[in-house]
Design a protein around this ligand. Structure first.
Ligand SMILES: NC(=O)c1ccc[n+]([C@@H]2O[C@H](COP(=O)([O-])OP(=O)(O)OC[C@H]3O[C@@H](n4cnc5c(N)ncnc54)[C@H](O)[C@@H]3O)[C@@H](O)[C@H]2O)c1
Length: 367
């Protein structure tokens, strides 16, 4: 496989994003560009156990010995307590303004480590080294960092762009199938909003051992990050176009919080996409053919409408009010005109939808 890379240009700066296998050389090169910095590799307990020795080996012989700082794995630990514990570890080890943080893990690690980098000593540089498919196709690009509070997703956060994103697909060799699917749903989301022709690609991925179909894997990641980077370049702070990346997320985030963060993010977004496509259909925007096709497509990956029965309609509606797209108390949704096309209305990408319409869509799906 050939290594592929491009430059993400955001807010007057640019950073390289590289996708390939065996990227230890690239990693060392990017770190060596900060010769006076001490490296703090932030990871979670699981990635630390599986890949901690490898990353320390990959960074051997650089000017400073890297420190590996871990926190317990899982969305339940994407909290202010975890952030404080990391500040504490950095301070106790006398990390100063000459710190380079490496976010080494899935989306939770990227969001937490990126936030620590945004705030420790008023901000230190950081590099993203994603290890889940979800982090590779989505969360490591775009600079959104933060954590959950009071059961609200990403309530506290910042925009903080990394200095580099290094996507070494080899890390996926230990990723369980459920987590492969979890990431694939965010890639499929990109197809639903903009890249209908990429839908075929996801079907060709070996879900148990994605590296067996490594060219397909690289192409899926490549298309997703190209799309995301393009959107972020045009609208870093999510004032307009970037909102489209939230398709499936108004209901998805509600389900995620109602599940007590036990259901993985991508699965919640997949259920959210199912509901939000049906909302689009109810509003007469999306054809029934396309709504059916979307449902059938997700069903082939194990997402079924019957799962929605686990959550009460009232609870879902109540939880949508905490969504960040809510304006004047009215939840907003990304709607589809077609598979591959989002609704844009007078320059607006997120649209208010009445509870009555959401309720009808949910009721019919729960039957
Ligand atoms: N910042 C953004 O733009 C953005 C976008 C999408 C999602 N997110 C966030 O990303 C998070 C979800 O990310 P995630 O799905 O990667 O979750 P995660 O980081 O919790 O990773 C899932 C699990 O996989 C384990 N893991 C990681 N790499 C592994 C590997 N190579 N082998 C085996 N196990 C591995 C982790 O330890 C964890 O237990 C959510 O918090 C979501 O809000 C952020």
């Amino acid at each position: 496989m050939e290594t592929r890379s491009f430059s993400v240009k955001v807010g007057g700066n640019a950073y390289p994003l590289t996708i390939g296998r065996h990227l230890e050389g690239e990693l060392r090169k990017r770190v060596a560009m900060h010769p006076r910095h001490r490296i703090a590799v932030i990871t979670d307990s699981r990635v630390g156990e599986l890949w901690g020795p490898h990353i320390i080996w990959a960074l051997r012989g650089l000017s400073h010995e890297p420190a590996l700082l871990r926190f317990p794995a899982g969305e339940r630990h994407k909290t202010g307590e975890t952030v404080s514990a990391l500040y504490d570890k950095l301070q106790k080890r006398r990390f100063g303004r000459d710190t380079l943080i490496m976010a080494f893990g899935g989306g939770v690690v990227g969001d937490i480590a990126g936030f620590v980098a945004a705030t420790y000593q008023r901000g230190v540089p950081f590099i993203q080294v994603p290890t889940t498919l979800l982090a590779m196709v989505d969360s490591s690009v775009g600079g959104k960092v933060g954590y959950d509070m009071n059961n609200v997703k990403n309530l506290i956060g910042a925009f903080n762009q990394p200095r580099a994103v290094i996507v070494d697909l080899n890390f996926l060799s230990t990723l369980p199938k459920r987590q492969v699917l979890n990431g694939l749903f965010e890639a499929i989301k990109m197809s639903f909003i903009r890249q209908r022709r990429s839908l075929e690609l996801a079907r060709k991925l070996n879900l148990v051992n994605p590296l067996k179909t490594s060219d397909v894997l690289q192409e899926i990641v490549w298309r997703a990050v190209r799309l995301k980077a393009g959107v972020v370049q045009r609208d870093e702070k999510e004032q307009h176009e970037r909102k489209i990346l939230n398709f499936g997320h108004t209901v998805g985030h509600s389900i995620e919080s109602l599940s007590g963060y036990r259901k993985p993010h991508g699965f919640c977004v997949a259920l959210g996409m199912l509901v939000e496509a049906r909302i689009s259909e109810r509003l007469g925007i999306l054809s029934s053919n396309d709504a059916d096709l979307l449902e059938k497509y997700l069903a082939a990956f194990g997402i079924h409408r019957s799962e929605l029965r686990k959550y009460s309609i009232a609870d879902i509606l109540a939880a949508t009010r905490s969504d960040k797209k809510t304006l004047g108390g009215q939840p907003h949704y990304i709607l589809l005109n077609s598979i591959g096309g989002v609704r844009v209305d007078g320059g607006r990408y997120a649209h208010p939808v009445s509870d009555a319409v959401v309720k009808t869509a949910l009721s019919s799906l729960r039957q």
